[in-house]
Design a protein around this ligand. Structure first.
Ligand code: DAR
Length: 358
């Protein structure tokens, strides 16, 4: 496995390469070796990967634990002696958590909280056939036909599947992408393309959006579903409540999600396990990003508060105008939903204080 040794030397951040063990790999039977190579294909073809692996079935996390568990522990900062166990707590939805308490001027912030979910009855996106992607979309469209009449979450489904009766025209699709509501052509992401997650694009893909345009559901992206609430403002508690209520409404309309006591919500990427929640907001940090030219200083500072920093255009993008960045808590596993939102609030307060110091 000279290729993995070369990646390990050149890209120490690639957790798959760091923890891959040749003796373990050779101890597997032929079918399991084949499965494992598919799981790590993205990390082999993209040496700059952080994790470098995507699950194909929810059983992969237990079937290949000798490789995947150390990677998961490292990424989510869970020490070897600590048992991995995911608990859930959305209780923040009942209390105050408002950015305006940090600074009254933080009242028009772009905030977004999303969770990934996968149906237990289907393979994960990397291993779905085209027929399964279309079968899954049809199941979701049936659910949306009920959800669209809900007083709180009523809306419309837009399909990318050619010939769909819910098809969205290309100009409208592009507008939704520009508005950061709809996901881009997945084939543009080399990581998920190598993993097989972008296969059969755009069949079986689409988006449900509420009439109020603050509750959205992506169908057929990196996970079967990405359920999100997004608003401009400062009230993180209200945003979490919106997501929680929408998720509960949806759960009553579709089959069970893949979930385990240890890993919580099972996701394609190990970085999303547990709550599968990414809570983020856009913040202008011209000082910490040297006018938007360099995310490095902001990343270094933010990591001290357990936060990741991305460009405002999403994963793998640069800082936006005036140093506009997307900040979010890094860990998703072993933390509750409430703790993630509180980490975002506290990390934002700390970064804002540093940005405006002196
Ligand atoms: N690029 C992959 C995944 C990183 C986390 N982002 C996701 N899952 N969208 C990597 O292993 O670096």
């Amino acid at each position: 496995m000279a290729q993995i040794r070369a990646i390990r030397a050149a890209q120490p951040g690639n957790l798959m390469a760091r923890y891959f063990d040749e003796d373990y790999f050779n101890s597997l039977d032929e079918p399991k070796r084949g499965r494992l190579l598919e799981i790590i294909r993205s990390g082999l073809e993209n040496p700059d990967s952080q994790m470098g692996a995507y699950a194909h079935n929810d059983s992969d996390y237990e079937d290949f634990a000798p490789l995947l568990e150390p990677m998961i522990r490292e990424y989510h900062n869970i020490p070897r002696e600590q048992e991995i166990e995911q608990k859930h707590d959305w209780s923040l939805t009942a209390s105050r958590c408002n950015l305006e308490d940090i600074d009254p001027g933080l009242n028009g912030v772009s905030m977004r909280v999303r969770v990934g979910r996968n149906l237990a009855a289907l393979p994960l996106p990397a291993a779905m056939t085209k027929a399964q992607r279309l079968e899954f979309e049809a199941l979701m469209i049936e659910a949306f036909m009920t959800l669209q009449d809900d007083p709180q979450f009523g809306g419309q489904y837009f399909s990318l599947t050619p010939g769909s009766s819910h098809a969205i025209d290309d100009a409208a699709y592009q507008r939704r992408v520009q508005a950061h509501q709809m996901f881009k052509d997945m084939r543009g992401d080399p990581y998920i393309t190598a993993a097989g997650i972008a296969a059969d694009w755009p069949f079986g893909r689409g988006m449900y959006v509420s009439n109020s345009e603050d509750f959205l559901i992506w169908v057929g992206e990196e996970d079967h579903l990405r359920i999100m609430a997004m608003r401009e403002g400062g009230d993180l508690a209200a945003l979490l409540a919106r997501l929680h209520d929408g998720l509960e409404q949806l759960k009553g309309l579709i089959p069970a999600f893949a979930h385990s006591r240890r890993y919580g919500n099972i996701t394609s990427c190990p970085t999303n396990l547990g709550t599968a929640m990414r809570a983020s907001l856009h913040l202008s940090l011209p000082r910490l990003t040297e006018g938007g030219k360099d995310l490095g200083p902001a990343r270094k500072t933010a990591s001290g508060f357990g936060l990741s920093v991305r460009g405002a255009g999403g994963e793998h993008s640069d800082a936006g105008h005036g140093g506009l960045v997307d900040i979010s808590p890094r860990a998703r596993l072993g933390k509750t939903e409430t703790a993630i939102i509180q980490r975002l609030y506290e990390g934002t307060a700390a970064l804002w204080s540093l940005e405006n110091a002196g």
